[in-house]
Design a protein around this ligand. Structure first.
Ligand code: CA
Ligand code: CA
Length: 118
């Protein structure tokens, strides 16, 4: 008789540079497809590219205690702080069950011309 060890499959997105390897962006939930989509855009208008990562199968626990697959998009701002890539600046969660929010991400520029891409 043997005890099977649980399989833990963590996922992350790793941004590589020719000069240095940046910290990996860790997923907060297994099997959420974190990293299915990645986009780069200057969201806060500071002329530094920021990173958007989609997790279209992210599951949210709702007040009825059940998990619902809604998807999530994570925004990481490029800052010179030690944890700028380990903790997202903002999490955007989908509202529609099975809507797969974050399945596709594309920077559309400053559509309302207020100086910010977002
Ligand atoms: Ca920026
Ligand atoms: Ca804008």
């Amino acid at each position: 008789m043997y005890h099977q060890r649980p399989i833990i499959a963590a996922s992350w997105v790793e941004i590589l540079s020719s000069r240095q390897a940046l910290r990996p962006l860790p997923s907060e939930q297994m099997a959420s497809y974190f990293g299915h989509t990645v986009a780069v855009a200057d969201i806060n208008g500071d002329r530094k590219d920021d990173i958007l990562v989609g997790a279209p199968l992210f599951m949210e626990r709702r007040p009825d205690s059940k998990l619902y697959e809604v998807g999530r998009v994570y925004l990481y701002l490029q800052r010179k702080t030690p944890h700028s890539y380990s903790v997202p600046w903002q999490k955007l969660t989908g509202t529609d069950v099975y809507g797969r929010f974050g399945m596709a991400i594309a920077p559309l520029g400053d559509m309302d011309q207020d100086g910010y891409t977002g």
